[in-house]
Design a protein around this ligand. Structure first.
Ligand code: ADP
Ligand code: ZN
Length: 433
């Protein structure tokens, strides 16, 4: 049984009607309160009355990250500050961060979405949830915290980092559920191994991982190394944070909280809506948010949607695991390559650790990809001949599956910096023009 079967198992037609109702309300809400939207809508002559079907959403303009930056910090806020009760911001590695204001009702809805995520992962009141997402401006920490509170389990707010202490607390408190980025879960696994603690023998049984792309192969690796079920959470600051979509027990695509978010897939080049089932860029519209609603926000995340009967009984549409962000896509000798594809292939090779780094350089007119991956200790110790053999094996595996030639450097174990939050796995050294 889902957390909220009224909405999670709502017949699709009814859900659709609800979405239209909320969409009209949201359009009217922002037109009335946010000059940015009002001006845009007046320019194209659209009002809430023009929305009759969910497809009519295609009449509305897209919103992009730069719109949020241009209106930094509160230009897109639709309520007076006295009604705002929390402000988050995304990391904003380049330029200004983007802000996420919430009313108290926005926070309650966010908690509801996260509670569905926790519940679907099998987490209950009796669980002890160690929250190793970073607390602070990042929506991961508090987003997971609130959702856990709603379920009523015991939250251990460790935040990310101090990995040895995480493991000590995990052992002493008898933590049963963990939340972190997938890359940090791996860091924890590795640290425990070096402390000679077998996490598989601890009470830990489930993790809820998200905030960065990870492959099915990586999920299996984490499940094996920690001896747990690895479930997933998806979200972004612009649309409130984690809890937009979540894994169910089928672990076969993430259910989108469709009573809160309307999802579309568009061709990232032409921006034309794509038919259901096709892969493209995920575009999200918030349906119930009040402080900062988002209309047709281009996430840059690449996935596809599936409307199908799920074994769990939920009717909410499913999205495939994100294969990457359109701006992380590399074009290597004319072939589109997502870092996640390389990750998947590296995890097929038993002689290496799941710790890698991709470096892109220009070689003449062509892009050149260097894959740096840590080897298992015994391989590294076996000497240069063995290392070359494994490098060639990896090169061959990538060439035969993806058709691209890459350079492979096998690294000494533990050489790469370990992630505590979102892993940085691609270094683009091509000149910017
Ligand atoms: P920032 O944009 O600064 O990284 P966010 O925390 O808002 O800040 O990041 C949201 C992005 O994180 C998403 O657009 C997506 O690219 C990525 N993300 C979040 N959850 C997942 C997930 N489960 N799988 C893949 N990518 C994810
Ligand atoms: Zn399901």
């Amino acid at each position: 049984m889902p957390w909220n079967d009224k909405f999670e198992c709502m017949p699709v037609e009814k859900l659709n009607k609800l979405q239209i109702k909320y969409l009209k309300e949201t359009v009217a809400w922002v037109c009335e309160r946010v000059p940015f939207y009002r001006q845009r809508f007046e320019k194209i002559g659209i009002t809430a009355a023009d929305i009759k079907h969910t497809e009519d959403i295609a009449k509305l303009p897209f919103t992009v990250k730069n719109d949020l930056r241009d209106n930094y910090p509160f230009g897109l806020c639709a309520v007076p500050m006295e009604e705002v009760c929390r402000i988050h911001a995304s990391s904003g590695t380049t330029g200004k961060p983007i802000t996420g204001p919430y009313t108290i009702e926005d926070l309650n809805q966010w908690s509801e979405c996260m509670a569905r995520n926790f519940w679907a992962a099998g987490i209950r009141k009796e669980d002890i949830f160690q929250n190793a997402y970073g607390y602070g401006l990042f929506t991961g920490g508090l987003g997971f915290h609130q959702g856990a509170n709603k379920i009523g389990c015991a939250v251990v707010p460790t935040s990310s980092g101090l990995t040895e202490r995480q493991i000590m607390l995990m052992k002493d408190f008898g933590t049963t559920a963990l939340g972190s980025t997938p890359s940090y879960a791996l860091t924890i696994a590795e640290q425990a191994e070096s402390m000679k603690i077998d996490v598989r023998k601890l009470p830990l049984r489930v993790g809820v991982f998200g905030a960065e792309p990870w492959t099915v192969a990586m999920r299996k690796e984490i499940e094996e190394r920690l001896g747990i079920k690895a479930m997933e959470a998806f979200g972004l600051t612009e649309l409130s944070g984690p809890g937009i979509a979540f894994d169910c027990e089928a672990q076969d695509g993430l259910h989108i909280n469709e009573d809160h978010f309307l999802a579309e897939i568009v061709d990232p080049a032409t921006l034309e809506p794509l038919p259901l089932g096709e892969q493209g860029e995920l575009v999200l519209t918030s349906l119930q948010r009040r402080a900062m609603p988002m209309l047709r926000y281009r996430t840059k995340d690449i996935t596809r949607l599936r409307r199908e009967k799920c074994a769990c009984g939920r009717t909410l549409i499913k999205m495939n695991k994100i294969s990457g962000r359109s701006d992380d896509m590399l074009i290597i000798s004319g072939v589109n390559v997502f870092p996640s594809q390389i990750e998947s292939l590296l995890l097929d090779i038993e002689e290496v650790e799941p710790q890698y780094m991709l470096i892109v350089r220009k070689k003449g007119y062509l892009d050149h990809l260097i894959v740096k991956v840590e080897s298992k200790k015994e391989i590294y110790d076996a000497g240069p001949q063995k290392r070359t053999e494994i490098e060639n094996k990896i090169k061959g595996h990538i060439k035969s599956t993806m058709g691209v030639g890459v350079e492979v450097n096998l690294l000494e174990p533990k050489l790469l910096t370990r992630s505590e939050g979102k892993a940085k796995r691609v270094i683009d050294e091509r000149p910017k023009n």
